[in-house]
Design a protein around this ligand. Structure first.
Ligand code: P1T
Length: 390
């Protein structure tokens, strides 16, 4: 798309941004340029690209598209969400401190606690929803705030604007992991965030056939640093994976609308069901952060967490009985998935810590896909019956 991105709505940008039909052959879809290196007319004077770790045309198209749909000016694609996180954490140096929400993806916790801490970068995990919690966690060494919202897996919603205002007053950048909402439902840069991070493995790609990550910012100085680190660390995605994510992102808006509609319907039915102890879904009026979710998001998302009555044994029976939902890690694809965070995605968080934040042994997480909602309900209904021993 050659015209300025701010003239177009999200769905138009998702289809076109960063991609222009080739002047040579008019191909409408972005070509996959697999070449690892590029011929230079003179030593040190490449035409545009010199080496595919440093930059690649297919990756550049994806990076422009992601920047446009997040309202940023620079985008960086990575080989996974974790690679994006780790590259960003390299902007810190030993002695620096991170403040992170207390409920985050287990792999993010593991990176901060098991990889960065031994290198002298300490993280304080706090419930950012508690009044005053962030203010009292700041100290002179705080250099980054890591905000995942909605959180994985408890689906807490944190106030991005409030956090970024407190952080700005202290000159501390805020990273928002926007994986669960996706850029279709939440725009952290507009709410003051410095960087948006994505596991593009999830909603952005949407078809569970790529592992990828991204960072997007409007801060030019930070973008320079990220460009340097992306190349120096080298955790970059293949051109083919970039092509698949570019293809997936085109339908992000329509997919999210369906995820939200079906998740809302299923969350309502689950909440009214006696075989379920508790349902967490930001789109339900009973969710503690519902008012904030309405303000900050354009829909409650496609993820539901529930406590199955009967604790872990019942949760295990429930998961083993599902037929349409696949029992698998990950989320955000067109197919429905279910998992047990305590045993699977969040096993790297010690059990006492999990229980302390409300991540119990009966918790099940659902990623609601785009299948017919009545088939999804029938599946949940029969699995709940089996979980209850009926
Ligand atoms: O798996 P990877 O692409 O490296 O992304 C890591 C990541 C980062 N942030 C959030 C919010 C995530 O959910 C993830 C990955 N999460 C899963 C695999 C999962 O099932 O929760």
């Amino acid at each position: 798309m050659s015209a300025s991105p701010d003239r177009y709505a999200f769905d138009t940008l998702a289809v076109h941004a960063g991609q222009t039909p080739s002047p040579e052959h008019g191909a409408v879809m972005e070509p996959v340029v697999l070449s690892s290196t590029f011929a230079q007319p003179e030593p040190g004077r490449p035409l545009r690209y010199d080496y595919s770790r440093s930059g690649n045309p297919t990756r550049a198209a994806l990076e422009r598209c992601l920047a446009a749909i997040e309202g940023g000016t620079s985008g960086f694609a990575f080989a996974s969400g974790s690679a994006a996180t780790y590259t960003l954490l390299h902007t810190l140096t030993p002695g620096d401190r991170v403040i992170c929400g207390d409920d985050v993806y287990g792999g993010t916790f593991r990176l901060l606690d098991k990889v960065c801490r031994p290198h002298g970068i300490e993280t304080t995990f706090v419930d950012l929803g508690q009044p005053g919690a962030l203010e009292s966690a700041f100290d002179a060494r705080t250099r980054l705030i890591w905000l995942e919202t909605p959180t994985n897996p408890l689906l807490k919603v944190f106030d991005i604007r409030q956090v970024t205002e407190l952080a700005r007053a202290r000159g501390v950048p805020v990273v928002v992991d926007n994986t669960f909402a996706s850029p279709a439902l939440q725009s952290p840069l507009e709410l003051g965030a410095t960087v948006v991070m994505h596991s593009t493995t999830k909603y952005v790609n949407g078809h569970s056939d790529v592992v990828g990550g991204a960072l997007i910012t409007r801060d030019e100085a930070l973008a320079e640093r990220l460009r340097f680190l992306q190349n120096a660390i080298g955790a970059v995605p293949s051109p083919f994976d970039c092509y698949l994510v570019l293809r997936g992102v085109k339908t992000l808006g329509v997919r999210m609308a369906r995820h939200v509609a079906s998740a809302t319907e299923l969350a309502r039915r689950l909440e009214a069901d006696r075989r379920v102890e508790r349902v967490r879904y930001p789109g339900l009026p009973s969710h503690p952060d519902h008012a904030l979710a309405l303000r900050q998001m354009r829909g409650g998302g496609g993820m539901i967490s529930l406590d199955v009555a009967g604790g872990e044994p019942a949760a295990r029976r429930f998961l083993a009985s599902l037929r349409v939902f696949a029992l698998a890690e990950s989320l955000g694809g067109v197919e429905s998935l279910a998992e047990h965070p305590g045993i699977m995605t969040h096993a790297s968080i010690p059990r006492e810590r999990r229980l302390a934040i409300g991540l119990g042994d009966g918790l099940v997480r659902l990623s609601v896909g785009v299948e017919a909602v009545e088939d999804l309900w029938a599946d949940l209904d029969q699995a709940l019956a089996r979980a209850a021993g009926l």
